[in-house]
Write a protein that binds this ligand. Sequence first.
Ligand code: HEC
Length: 125
Amino acid sequence: MKKVPIAGAAIILAFLVSVFSSCAFNSEEDLYGIVECDISIVTWENPIKEILAKNCVPCHNVDLHYNGVRHDIYELELIVVNDGRLNGVVNHLPGYPQMPYQLPQLPECERLLINIWIEQGAPEN
Ligand code: HEC
C-alpha cells in the first residue's frame, strides 16, 4: 500500500475542512428556505387559496379560464382536484400540460402543500 506523507494528508484534510465549512455558511439561506415549509395546517382557507391566487388565478378566474378551469372558488377547484388534473399539472405528470403555464414549476414547499391537501381530501377549512 502507498503511504501518504503526514504533511500531504494534513493539507488534504485542511482543504476538505475549509470546503465543507464554507459550504455550511453559504447554504444557510437555502436551509432556512426549506425549513420554513409549514405543513401544520393545510386547508383551502390556509394556505391553498393564497398559493393558487398568486400562481394560478391570473389565468383561471371568472373572466379568463383556460380549459374552463377556475382556481378562485373552492367548489370549482374541487372539479380539478377530483378528476386528478390539479395533481397532474402541478406535479408535471405525463399527459398533462405543465402549470403554471410557461413558468417555472411551483417551489417544493408549495407543491408539497398542494399534494398534502389533495391527499387529505381537499378540506375547505
Ligand atoms: C399564464 C397563464 C396560466 C397560468 C399562470 C396558469 N395556467 Fe393553467 N392553463 C393555462 C393554459 C393556457 C391552459 C391550457 C393548456 C393546454 O391545454 O395545453 C391551462 C390549463 C390548465 C388546466 C387544465 C389541464 C387539462 O388537462 O385540461 C389546469 C388543471 C390548470 N391549467 C391548472 C393550473 C394551476 C394549478 C396553475 C397554478 C399552479 C395554473 N394552471 C397556472 C394557463 C395558465
